[in-house]
Design a protein around this ligand. Sequence first.
Ligand code: AMP
Ligand code: MG
Length: 410
Amino acid sequence: MTSPLPPGVPTGVSFDDALKIVRGVATRHVVDAQSVALSRAHGRVLREDLVAPMALPAFDNSAMDGYALRHADLGADGARLPLAGEQFAGRALDLALAPGACVRITTGAALPAGADTVVIKEDVAIDGDAISVPAGLPLGANVRRRGEDVEPGDRVLRVGQWLSPARVSLAASLGLPSLSVSRRPTVAVYTTGDELVEPGIALAPGQIYDSNRELLMGLLRADGLEPTAWPRLPDDPKQVEIALRDAACAFDMVLTCGGVSAGEKDHLPGVLARFGEVHLWKVRMKPGMPVLFGSLDQARVLGLPGNPVSVLATYLTLGRALLDGLQGRTEARPAWRARLAAPIDKPHARREFVRARLFSDDDGMLRADPSAATGSHRLRAAADANALIVVPDGPQRLAVGDAVDVLVIA
Ligand code: AMP
Ligand code: MG
């Protein structure tokens, strides 16, 4: 069969080259930035460096409930200090500590002027209007110094970082009500295939239920996107063309599944080549080899093969790379390595993604137990898996205990 693609389109590329192509295209199509309230910023990608407008802590304060004092007043045996007042968190900072006295203080309360050390309340004996402080309290004990965490002008977050809850909360602690983040890319999801039927409808002979739609919707949602599922497409070139062109003028990304191989019912590559641009077709990976990537109108189009496990492997690698790139994420995702719990013998040269159960053993070692099921149609083994083992390019004989990269599934 002749190729539906014009000459020069990369096909049969290595997995690493595919990743480079996807990342390169994505960086040329980064979505707009928008300013959002902090509560909307979670999970987004930051589009501005965050420079601290203030110190954290903003003022010297007590780390514990106790008594603020001057360290110089403590002798070799400790000291008996009269109580001169109280300082609670949230109060104005008008209290000054006279030499030889102490002030009752609560956690987070500003240190009175003159105080430099806090003794915790459990360590003192109350003696009328005074407290007895034991010996040995170091200077500065239980005091949080102004600026010890953040100094004004510190660059605390950077463009391209993913906003974890702690990072959003850091912005809040600096008094910032909103952040500039990437708009969420809009994603249209199409499953394709004459054999596909909606769950709940009786199957005719030869039909199967569309399971990939839920797989894709779930993966996208777990990554913080709000995908739109479009009606299933039959294996008809005209309908594929109309649907794809329709979605491509309204979405940032069109994610399809099925119909990307070289069979006579696989129309995606031809339609994309005819109306848009193909950036790559077929990657030396297993499963997922026929994956297709291109641009059409304003959308990036990622065509995943139909086998459910191919969907997992291609989405978690190329799909995520594309979505991260479109959002301007430059911070790498966390990478994990684990030790094999069973050997893997891979005679072929393609990079392989093997379903696995990732667990931590009694010694705290991360282990990956590869699934015995091969065959990219076997969804049950995927349902039992929580990770994919990445088996490197080239033939590999990996033994129990060998370290491998693993991709954690959502
Ligand atoms: P294709 O990539 O279209 O050649 O499909 C490869 C295999 O995946 C075939 O066995 C299809 O029936 C199956 N398949 C394709 N799309 C889906 C889907 N949405 N849900 C479940 N299986 C699918
Ligand atoms: Mg098909």
